[in-house]
Ligand binder design. Structure first.
Ligand code: UGY
Ligand code: MN
Length: 293
C-alpha cells in the first residue's frame, strides 16, 4: 500500500518535471478528481466544451456557416508538396470563392491555382518564401500577405513550418483592367475612416476598379460593436484572428472566438459585438467593384 503511494507521488513529480521542461504541448492539470468531482467541478466551462464527445459549435445553414477549430479536417492539398489544407468555405456552400487554411511543413511547396483564379495569402504562423517567375524571392512573416493576379506564375515554399489562410476566386474581367502582384503587411496599411462606426479598419488591397475583392482587417475593443445591422449584396469569408464575442447571423446569435471561420451569403443579416478582455481582430473577404447583375 505504502509503496503504491510512493509510486504515485514519483509519477506525479515526474509529470511536473516533464511539463516544466516543455515536452508537453498543453499544460498538465494535476488536479486529482474525487469520486463525484465532475459535479462540483463541471466540464461545461467554455474551454472544456470542445472536448465533449460529439459536441461542436460548427453550424452549416443555407445563408451562413460557422466552422470552428474542433471540426477542421486537414488533407493533402492537391499538387502541393508536404502541405495539408482544411477548406473552410467553398462554392459547394454557395460562395463564389474558396477560403482554406494551409499548413506547410518542412520543405513544402505550393501548386498554382487553376487558370484565371486569383489568390490572396495571409501568414498566420511561421515564415514562407514567395518566388516569382523572374526568380525574385521575398520572405513573408506573420501579418504579411500577398495578392497574386490570375495566371501569375509563382511558388510558395517553407523550410520549417507555417500556417496560412488562403482565399481564391475566379477573376471577373472588366474593361481589360489588370491587377498586379501586391505584397504588404497589416501594420503598414493606414487606418481608414468608418463614418458612424467605432471599429478600426484597414484594407489590404487597393480599392481601385481592377480589384474585384478586398480583404479588411477589423479591430474592436471589448464592448465595441457594429453600429449598422448589415444586410448587403456582398459575400463574406471571415477568420477571427484574436478575441471573442457574439456574431449575429440571420436570427442566430453565436458565441465566437479566435480560430473560428464564418461564411456569410449575400443579404444575410450580420452583426458583431466584441466581448472578453482583449481586442477582437478579424480578417474579412468582401467582393467589390462589380455590378451584381
Ligand atoms: O464591410 C463590411 O461589410 C463589414 N463591416 N461586414 C462585417 O464586418 N460583417
Ligand atoms: Mn458586411
Amino acid at each position: 500500500m505504502q509503496s503504491l503511494f510512493l509510486f504515485s507521488i514519483t509519477i506525479c513529480l515526474l509529470r511536473v518535471a516533464v511539463a516544466q521542461e516543455g515536452f508537453c504541448s498543453a499544460p498538465e492539470i494535476l488536479i486529482t478528481e474525487s469520486t463525484y468531482g465532475k459535479v462540483t467541478n463541471p466540464t461545461l466551462s467554455p474551454s472544456h466544451l470542445q472536448d465533449l464527445p460529439g459536441f461542436t459549435r460548427s453550424v452549416y445553414k443555407r445563408d451562413h456557416a460557422l466552422i470552428t477549430p474542433e471540426s477542421h479536417v486537414f488533407s493533402p492539398l492537391p499538387d502541393w508538396s508536404n502541405a495539408l489544407g482544411a477548406y473552410l468555405i467553398t462554392p459547394a456552400m454557395g460562395s463564389h470563392f474558396a477560403m482554406y487554411l494551409a499548413k506547410m511543413q518542412g520543405n513544402s511547396k505550393s501548386a498554382p491555382p487553376p487558370n484565371d483564379v486569383e489568390r490572396f495569402i495571409f501568414v498566420i504562423q511561421g515564415e514562407i518564401t514567395l518566388t516569382n517567375v523572374s526568380s525574385v524571392s521575398q520572405t513573408l512573416m506573420v501579418d504579411t500577405y500577398v495578392y497574386l493576379p490570375p495566371n501569375f506564375e509563382h511558388s510558395i515554399t517553407c523550410e520549417a513550418s507555417a500556417t496560412l489562410v488562403v482565399l481564391e476566386r475566379r477573376y471577373v474581367n472588366l474593361k481589360n483592367y489588370k491587377t498586379e502582384q501586391i505584397v504588404g503587411s497589416t501594420d503598414e496599411q493606414p487606418l481608414l475612416e468608418t463614418p458612424g462606426e467605432i471599429f478600426d479598419l484597414r484594407k489590404l488591397l487597393p480599392t481601385s476598379m481592377p480589384y474585384d475583392f478586398n480583404i479588411h482587417i477589423m479591430d474592436f475593443q471589448p464592448g465595441e460593436f457594429l453600429n449598422v445591422k448589415e444586410v448587403h449584396y456582398n459575400q463574406h469569408g471571415l477568420l477571427l484572428l484574436e478575441g471573442q464575442g457574439i456574431y449575429r447571423l440571420g436570427d442566430n446569435w453565436y458565441p465566437v472566438q479566435a480560430g473560428d471561420a464564418i461564411w456569410m451569403a449575400p443579404f444575410v443579416p450580420q452583426w458583431y459585438a466584441a466581448l472578453g478582455k482583449t481586442r477582437s481582430r478579424y480578417l474579412l473577404y468582401k467582393d467589390v467593384n462589380r455590378n451584381p447583375l
